[in-house]
Design a protein around this ligand. Structure first.
Ligand code: AZA
Length: 294
């Protein structure tokens, strides 16, 4: 037997950082969960119980907090790159650092019409995500949005699909569409940390654009299918983010079933009379795509 792949580190490292603006007294907060895994000449720690090559996962956890203190944690793409680069700079035998960051929402409260200086709310389980792989050959970054739950009560159809001896699904020209958005965009590889830092405002701009494109397209598209609507989102993100090589979506189709109530005094609640539905926990459709520059 031989070790064919190995990476190790600390997962689920929760980090909070506050920024206090002395002039305005306004405070801002960031909360994220970090996973940091290392690759390199670490085989002997697996095959020969040689711990001399092991940077302890506890030390990796300590490093995550130290780098969060010493450097900006925003945008998460920059912090991930700084953190990953540290391990390559410090440990010659480490050849790759895999950094995954999940940024949780703390949206500033608006109280009596005014943004509150130091109070925030968790307005959704949606997260902003970054996957960075830092090597001596450059920094590969994929950014994303996960868990953005959306629903539209009409403006969605699904008809013209294969009908055969396996088909029972009725065609519909008017259905509920609901999904949990999992969207990603992959950046052209950055040559080094300086290249990430140069034009760093691109990362927030891309996240803003991708989120707005997703919401606007979801709302306004007269959807013929999840497939076609998500492709429209991808095309627009590639147009809005010139430094992105490709974009991808993974969308569950979270079904809402009609409830036939006609057995009860002839209550009409199907087709155009449908108002009361049964939301389904599962099974769900799952539609995935990746769209690249042509
Ligand atoms: O948008 C949809 N795409 C599909 O592939 C599908 N299959 N059943 N319902 C569906 N809805």
């Amino acid at each position: 037997a031989r070790l064919s792949a190995a990476r190790y580190g600390k997962d689920n490292v929760r980090v909070y950082k506050v920024h206090k603006d002395e002039k305005t007294g306004q405070q801002s907060v960031t909360e994220m969960t970090v996973c940091c895994l290392l690759e390199g000449q670490i085989e002997t720690s697996y095959t020969e119980a040689d711990n001399s090559v092991v940077v302890a996962t506890d030390s990796i956890k300590n490093t995550i907090y130290i780098k969060a203190k010493e450097h900006p944690v925003n945008p998460p793409e920059l912090y991930a790159s700084i953190l990953g680069q540290h391990f390559l700079d410090k440990y010659a035998h480490i050849t790759a650092a895999h950094i995954d960051i999940t940024v949780h929402r703390w949206t500033r409260m608006v109280i009596d019409g005014q943004p509150h200086p130091h109070s925030f709310l968790r307005d959704g389980q949606e997260t902003r995500n970054v996957e960075a792989t830092v090597t001596r050959d450059g920094i590969a970054i994929k950014s994303g949005i996960v868990g953005l739950q959306v629903l539209k009560s009409t403006g969605s159809a699904f008809h013209g699909f294969v009908r055969d001896e396996f088909t029972t699904l009725k065609e519909t020209w008017d259905r509920i569409l609901s999904t949990d958005v999992d969207a990603g965009w992959t950046w052209q590889k950055f040559a080094n940390l300086a290249a990430v830092q140069e034009g760093v405002e691109r990362f927030d701009a891309a996240w803003e654009a991708a989120r707005n494109i997703t919401l606007k397209t979801f709302a306004e598209d007269e959807s013929a299918s999840v497939q076609n609507t998500m492709y429209k989102m991808c095309e627009q993100i590639l147009d809005a983010v010139p430094e992105a090589d490709k974009t991808n979506y993974s969308l569950p189709n979270k079904h809402y079933f009609e409830v036939d109530l006609s057995w009860h005094k002839g209550l009409q609640n199907t087709g155009k009379d449908a108002e009361v539905f049964a939301p389904q926990s599962g099974p769900n459709g799952l539609i995935k795509c990746e769209v690249s520059r042509s």
